[in-house]
Ligand binder design. Structure first.
Ligand SMILES: [Fe+2]
Length: 279
């Protein structure tokens, strides 16, 4: 009883102190971290880039070249992909109608894109984004669990007489300073229907002598010679595989010469990307 009486004022003081910390100091610190310290600086202090020897084998590939090409092999992911393929077959008529509408648009614009994410079940797309294969590689590369900023399924089709769009030129993305994009083909990607292309070792941060290091994400390189002069990777592929790319490196969608393609893309970032999380 004596102890209880003796401790009461102390406990009250402690509660008041915790209240003050919670109500004023924590918001103040959050404000300081969020707005006064550049978020890149914050992450570099609290989540520094893993050293090369700390990276998994696949994450090391991304660190050294900018990309990693892989196959989905785990049975839970394979069944999700099968599910996605069934959904694709179910919406075949809708997709053909969209292609018809694109082709009859006048005047034709670019290698025409349409986002068709809403035709698919979000839980399936999210399940693939959370698959062990992708999460392990991205977490190892970032040094922390990634945030999924976007889940998008894009239909791209050729239209005669169309002009090129910005993404058809080599450029850098600026969604976030920790950024990996995953490309999963839902239909076959060939040389003809606009494969994704990536210039290896073009992330200036990891390749300081990279000749285009001064180009920001606002610059487009309209010079095709680049493709021939530097080691370029062309992502021609069948469904069932994936490409993880650090799109802060130079990349583009090669202009479509014929046909169409459907690609599922996932954007992995830090929890506070420069462009807001759209999920
Ligand atoms: Fe891009």
């Amino acid at each position: 009883m004596t102890n209880f009486i003796a401790n009461t004022p102390l406990k009250t003081t402690k509660r008041v102190f915790i209240h003050i910390v919670n109500k004023s100091i924590v918001p103040l610190l959050s404000f300081f971290v969020r707005y006064l310290i550049p978020r890149e600086c914050f992450y570099n202090i609290f989540y520094p880039w893993p050293r090369p020897h700390e990276l998994s084998h696949d994450a090391h590939n991304i660190h050294s070249t900018g990309i990693h090409y892989g196959l989905f092999l785990n049975s839970p992911t394979l069944s999700l992909l099968q599910d996605l393929n069934s959904q694709l077959i179910r919406v075949d008529n809708e997709i053909n109608l969209i292609i018809y509408q694109i082709c009859s648009s006048s005047p034709p614009r670019g290698n025409l894109h349409r986002e068709i994410t809403s035709l698919f079940e979000k839980s399936t797309l999210l399940g693939i984004a959370h698959s062990q294969e992708l999460q392990e590689i991205v977490s190892s590369f970032f040094g922390f669990s990634p945030t999924i900023r976007t889940l998008e399924v894009w239909l791209t089709t050729y239209v005669e007489g169309s002009t090129l769009e910005g993404t058809n030129y080599f450029h850098r993305d600026g969604d976030d300073f920790r950024l990996l994009k995953c490309f999963i083909p839902l239909t076959e990607i060939t040389d003809m229907n606009g494969p994704f292309e990536y210039l290896l070792n073009s992330v200036w941060q990891f390749s300081p002598n990279e000749p285009f290091r001064d180009l920001s994400q606002h610059d487009l390189i309209k010079n095709d010679r680049l493709f021939f002069e530097y080691r370029a990777f062309t992502f021609t592929a069948q469904p069932g595989c994936f490409l993880l790319a650090n799109t802060k490196g130079l990349h583009r969608a090669r202009p479509i010469l014929s046909g169409s393609r459907i690609m599922f893309s996932i954007s992995f970032t830090s929890p506070t990307p420069y462009e807001r999380v759209l999920l």
